[in-house]
Design a protein around this ligand. Structure first.
Ligand code: DGP
Length: 112
């Protein structure tokens, strides 16, 4: 997608703090961290949100499995939270499907 911020990050046209990369996914630190560890994990293929990405459920499963591995590599032994915002009510601001990994502290029990 020509006009997608995360596609440009994946392509290296916009700099990012890379955490992990393979042929299917790219992970980088959020520019506005909400926790001591805040990593975004995105599929390299452009899907607008998790509903769109359900067109490739094998990829979704792969991406979520990678989230667990990345959390472990970030040292989140005591737990972590995965969030994927979908649509306006969830305040999704970048319309390239992504999962937030949050951790490194005791997170609030209020998720809404
Ligand atoms: P969401 O609200 O779920 O769509 O989250 C989008 C996230 O993307 C938000 O936490 C901030 C992050 N973000 C936006 N622009 C950039 C950027 O240019 N670089 C990085 N690293 N993160 C960004």
């Amino acid at each position: 997608m020509d006009d997608c911020l995360f596609c440009k990050i994946i392509e290296g046209k916009i700099p990012s703090s890379k955490v992990y990369e393979d042929e299917k996914v790219y992970a980088f630190r959020d520019i506005n961290p909400q926790a001591p560890v805040h990593v975004l994990v995105v599929p390299k293929a452009h899907y607008s949100d998790v509903k769109d990405a359900a067109k490739d459920q094998a990829l979704l499963g792969y991406l979520f499995a990678k989230c667990g591995e990345i959390a472990e590599s970030e040292g989140l032994k005591n737990g972590f939270r995965l969030i994927t915002n979908c649509g306006d009510d969830a305040c999704q601001s970048v319309h390239h499907m992504h999962v937030h990994i949050l951790g490194g502290t005791k997170l609030t029990d209020k998720m809404g």
